[in-house]
Ligand binder design. Structure first.
Ligand code: FES
Length: 614
């Protein structure tokens, strides 16, 4: 049986020879990048063939194009290369190791203060023992006790709760605590007096997932845990994941079970830190974009990719945790906040809640840049939203040396005006291994300021520096020489990378301009949500023309606004009602086929001339 060994992980698998190297790597759970999900389009799944008992087939056209001279030193694309029939040893190079990104968790937990009004409450009762002359049922005696002590006139009890009742009633001398949801349903029973109630708020991003375990009586966040969304191995963006559901019969189930496993992992870790058990958690909220929402619920997302992009449903949902496969108290509910549209999900609604746009008098532009750019413009009088297909550049996708914001990613760039020498800042201060979204944005902004890149996006070929050179793929700027990097190769910004940034910034700029025109009044502040928005330097955003020119508008980072909104809705049930009102009241502007959007998009492709942008 042929075998394949992956270095530096030292993992070996047997294979029948029909699989690709990527398929075996996935089977072993190895962190190999595959931004396009194995569709041979991204060029990220690089491996180096170290040893091979039988020669592999010659590189395909696609590999030659994606890898260039790297082919000569043994590089291949893992999704393109079959394992073959003999023993093979491959190395996953540094730049192809899928790292867990640094996750933005701040923005949650603050400001909840006294606004705590959870959906669940703990009702402790002393249930009288049955007596011979009136042998009332356990449930009827519990009902009587709840009526007398907590003025509850009738309630529903989940069948799983009923199963616990007889045993619990006969411990602790009949004292027990009923966890009551919405004043109507008993969702858990505990022996004795137990006032502590726990809940967890999830923020399910396309790339990262965060869980905030909270005390529902104080509103305090007890523990925060984050992880890479395991669906990333099937594609970096939502469209690839929707495609998987179209192409493979079990595609939806693969994605659903992946995210459920991830949420259960976060729940277990957060509970361990708080010295609690997952089954102690009696309430949960979840927010995410519409595709993430559908995949968690097991709803077929395929129509989200077809005009007019209808979601299966838009309203807020309360679903039993056990029906989703989540390991909280089995009768607890998970509240999924409402969606607005196919590409404006509950994460945007939660961001609006967190930033308080719907209550503020200040006209505000709210941007959440990820693989899609969600934009909201307005104030308490009117809110308008849209989603722009900015592409993955703001998360380092489609960039030659692009990577997520993980340790070793270049996140800050400065270029000396006279010498064009480059200084870099990397996440964790490690030798650079790639460029993340804020890094590529900073690099392009500096290239504009120093004149290396001209307003049309082309390189100034007369720039006098060895760093500005003609490479295999045309003009490029060397950010780090091979000897300085963690991958042993020069890290460069190519002309194509600059074009990707032009497309991305132009899509966001056009969406923001259009919303501002519709609102018919200029914004007075900009709120940048999400990781890229928070780590980018606002001056860089202005230099590349990401934002409409609006002198005097303040630009602020608001952290993980979606996660914070999820936390608010967890500890304060009034926020759930507010979210439903916002989702219904906020206007949605469709950009597909919008002539005005296309006009602004095309006219915004160039960069502002240096000096005009700030
Ligand atoms: Fe192989 Fe994208 S090219 S996963």
């Amino acid at each position: 049986m042929p075998t394949i060994t992956f270095l530096p992980f030292d993992k070996t698998a047997e294979t029948d020879g029909s699989e690709t190297i990527l398929e075996v790597a996935r089977r072993l759970g190895l962190p190999l990048e595959s931004a396009c999900g194995g569709r041979k389009a991204c060029g990220k799944c690089k491996v180096v063939i170290e040893r091979c008992a039988e020669p592999l087939p010659a590189p395909s056209e696609r590999e030659l194009k994606a890898l260039g001279s790297l082919i000569g030193v043994g590089y291949r694309l893992a999704c393109e290369s079959a394992v073959g029939r003999g023993e093979i040893v491959v190395r996953i190079p540094e730049e192809a190791v899928c790292r867990t990104p640094v996750v933005l968790t701040s923005g949650a937990g603050g400001g909840t203060g006294p606004r705590v009004k959870p959906c669940v409450r703990a009702c402790t009762v002393d249930v009288p023992e049955p007596v011979l002359r009136s042998a009332k049922g356990d449930l009827e005696r519990l009902s009587l006790a709840l009526r007398e002590s907590h003025r509850m006139n009738g309630f529903d009890a989940d069948p799983l709760v009923l199963r616990k009742l007889p045993g619990l009633l006969r411990t602790d001398a009949g004292t027990l605590t009923a966890v009551v949801r919405g004043g109507r349903e008993v969702i858990d029973l505990r022996a004795g007096r137990q006032a502590r109630l726990l809940g967890i708020a999830f923020d399910i991003g396309t790339t990262t997932v965060v869980g905030y375990l909270s005390d529902l009586t104080s509103g305090r966040v007890l523990s925060v845990r984050s992880a890479l969304n395991p669906q990333v191995s099937f594609g970096a963006d939502v469209i690839r994941r929707v495609s998987l559901c179209q192409e493979q019969e079990d595609g939806l189930e693969k994605l659903r079970s992946g995210i459920v496993g991830c949420l259960n992992g976060l729940l277990a870790e957060a509970c361990e830190e708080a010295k609690a058990a997952p089954s102690d958690v009696v309430d949960a909220t979840a927010v995410g974009n519409t595709v993430m929402h559908h995949l968690l619920m097991g709803l077929d997302p395929r129509y989200l990719a077809m005009a007019p992009y209808p979601p299966v449903l838009q309203g807020a949902q309360d679903v039993k945790a056990r029906d989703l496969g989540l390991a909280l108290a089995p009768s607890a509910y998970v509240h999924l906040l409402p969606l607005k549209a196919g590409f404006v999900g509950s994460d945007t609604i939660a961001g609006v809640l967190s930033a308080g746009l719907h209550r503020s008098g200040t006209p505000t532009l709210y941007l959440d840049l990820g693989t899609n750019g969600e934009i909201v413009m307005g104030n308490r009088d009117r809110l308008i939203c849209c989603s722009t297909a900015a592409g993955p550049a703001f998360e380092g996708g489609h960039i030659e040396f692009g990577m997520r914001a993980a340790p070793g990613a270049i996140e800050g760039v400065r270029i000396a005006r006279d010498s064009l020498e480059v200084s870099l800042r990397t996440i964790g201060g490690l030798p650079p291994v790639g460029i993340c979204g804020s890094g590529i944005l900073a690099a392009v902004a500096e290239m504009i300021r120093t004149g290396i890149v001209l307003p049309r996006g082309n390189f100034d070929e007369s720039a006098r520096s060895p760093r500005v050179r003609r490479g295999e793929r045309g003009w490029e700027l060397v950010l780090a020489w091979a000897s300085e990097t963690g991958i042993g190769r020069d890290i460069v910004v190519t002309r194509k990378d600059v074009s990707e940034m032009q497309l991305a910034k132009s899509a966001v700029h056009a969406g923001a301009c259009l919303l501002q025109e519709t609102f018919a009044s200029p914004f007075r502040r900009v709120l940048l949500a999400g990781a890229c928005g928070n780590y980018m330097d606002p001056r860089d955003a202005l230099t590349i023309g990401l934002l409409p020119q609006n002198p005097g508008a303040r630009i602020l980072g608001v952290g993980n606004a979606a996660g914070h909104g999820s936390c608010l809705a967890l500890v304060d049930r009034r926020k759930r009602t507010e979210a439903v009102r916002v989702a219904g009241w906020m206007e949605y502007q469709e950009l597909a086929g919008n002539r005005r959007f296309e006009e602004i998009f095309l006219s915004g492709m160039f960069f502002p001339p240096p000096g005009e942008s700030s």
